[in-house]
Design a protein around this ligand. Structure first.
Ligand code: NCD
Length: 467
């Protein structure tokens, strides 16, 4: 079965670790004697294979490191870095472009400004598709490089304190990274620029999918210390089956995690992950952050940061001081260099050059899919909102049960919406979305509002008197 990498959840933890092991091998075999984190020379494993890079948005590291990785595997590349030079400029759809390109390449790497666009490509492709960033949604291969860097620097990912800095709202690298950190049991400490915190749907998923929730207020004040002005720390129990080790860990929802950390648990920050303001994703006319935080040598003087690795997906603008470049804690250029061995390993895995790295199918989705066409995604940046793609694309949602309502998560951009009403096809009745479902009925209908329910020919459930 063809495997794609669209979100970091398309790989299991075991598969991620296998990719890291192969990246280690490449680094060892091909290391530049002067600069050991850099690969030089080439292998022949991908001889006869072609990788296409199709970039509809600017890129330096991601595209070049993919292309370099393919050359160093002995393969060839086809490259489109300017959307004006492909038929997208003539109005060709993503589905058509990818169905054509797969005749010319064995694996396709796509970057697109719309959230969910690369999932659409994967739905229509019979060769592996890799997401190199889809709008503000995800950037899973950057996360592979980030986790790999962290693991090499710190020897583990578990229980690390990782500070996330800057534009956490729009940064796609951050969104993939928090899921990865949660899965490997690191603690996530958001330090956003004002107004640029993690999106609500990302925080909700941290809780729902990984049991990762904020520490309680009491616990925060116990472990925070005076000089550490953070207001949340997200913690994940080791494994779902070990949740009983934690007192009162919620199964779902975004309740607060009642867990006790050692008193000095936050005294040492293992890594600061710095990100730039994603200006290109700000709504038109919106003003940038008044005071965007900067990490520099002065900031890192605090004892807490004595051994912090300073990471950045790059490019940096003003948020990361040049005075750190010669500091041994700065690992951002190493992180960029690791892009080559990590992507070499990923390409080998997806092309089955190394046949045992990935399982046959992707990790199973645990929620049912809703395809009744009564809902549209409310995220204005979702690919389903593009008029070219609307010619063929059916809105699809995962149905997520919460304590007393159902949530609909767009399969493409993964934004959540809360339908106002739920109904049944068999009864043609609808009612407010305020019910606990023990089982999701096969003929479920979801409606954003009453008008949509009436349009579908449904009538309201009559409320019992006094009910
Ligand atoms: C990031 C991206 O494109 O999301 N860059 C990268 O791929 N290394 C980060 C950014 O542009 O800020």
């Amino acid at each position: 079965m063809v495997r794609h990498l669209i979100t970091i959840d398309d790989l299991t933890e075991g598969e991620i670790q296998s990719i890291f092991r192969v990246a280690d091998e490449f680094l060892k075999d091909l290391a530049d004697p002067q600069v050991p984190h850099r690969v030089r020379g080439a292998k022949t494993e991908a001889q006869g294979c072609i990788l296409a890079t199709l970039f509809y948005e600017a890129s330096t590291r991601t595209r070049f490191s993919f292309e370099s990785a393919m050359y160093r595997l002995g393969g060839q590349i086809l490259s489109s870095a300017d959307p004006k030079t492909t038929s997208a400029a003539k109005g060709e759809t993503i589905a058509d472009t990818v169905r054509v390109l797969q005749n010319y390449a064995d694996v396709i790497v796509i970057r697109h400004p719309c959230e969910g666009a690369v999932r659409v490509a994967a739905d229509y492709a019979d060769v592996p598709i890799i997401n190199a960033g889809d709008g503000g949604h995800e950037h899973p291969t950057q996360t592979l490089c980030d986790l790999y860097t962290l693991q090499r620097e710190k020897g583990t990912l578990k229980d690390l304190n990782v500070l996330l800095w800057g534009d956490l709202r729009n940064g796609r690298t951050v969104h993939s990274l928090v899921y990865g950190l949660a899965r490997f049991g690191a603690r996530i400490i958001p330090m956003p620029a004002e107004g640029f915190g993690l999106p609500e749907h990302v925080v909700r998923r941290l809780a729902q999918d990984y049991g990762c929730t904020p520490l309680s207020n009491d616990e925060m004040s116990r472990v925070r210390g005076d000089k550490f002005p953070v207001d949340a720390v997200y913690v994940t129990p080791e494994k779902p089956h070990q949740r009983s080790l934690f007192s009162d860990v919620p199964e779902k929802g975004s309740e607060v995690l009642k867990v006790r950390l050692p008193a000095n648990a936050l005294a040492k920050i293992d890594a600061c992950y710095v990100t730039r303001l994603q200006r290109e994703r700000l709504p038109e006319g919106a003003s940038a952050a008044d005071s965007y935080p900067v990490i520099d040598a002065a900031f890192l003087k605090d004892r807490r940061y004595r051994s912090s690795s300073v990471m950045h997906p790059l490019p940096r603008v003003e948020e990361l001081g040049y005075d750190l470049d010669n500091d041994e804690r700065a690992v951002y250029f190493k992180q960029a260099a690791y892009g080559v061995p990590v992507r070499m390993a990923l390409i080998s895995a997806l092309l089955r050059i190394r046949p045992d790295l990935l399982g046959q199918g992707p990790p199973a989705k645990k929620h049912p899919i809703y395809t009744q066409g009564t809902l549209g995604c409310e995220n204005t940046r979702c690919v389903t909102g593009l008029s070219s793609e609307q010619r063929y694309l059916e809105p699809r949602f995962l149905i997520i049960p919460e304590a007393d309502r159902l949530l609909a998560r767009c399969v493409y951009c993964e934004h959540d919406m809360i339908p106002e009403f739920v109904g049944r096809l068999s009864t043609r009745k609808f009612e407010p979305n305020r019910r606990t479902f023990t089982e999701i009925p096969d003929d479920l209908l979801l409606f954003a509002d009453e008008e949509a329910a009436l349009r579908r020919g449904c009538s309201p459930v009559r409320q019992k008197a006094g009910g």
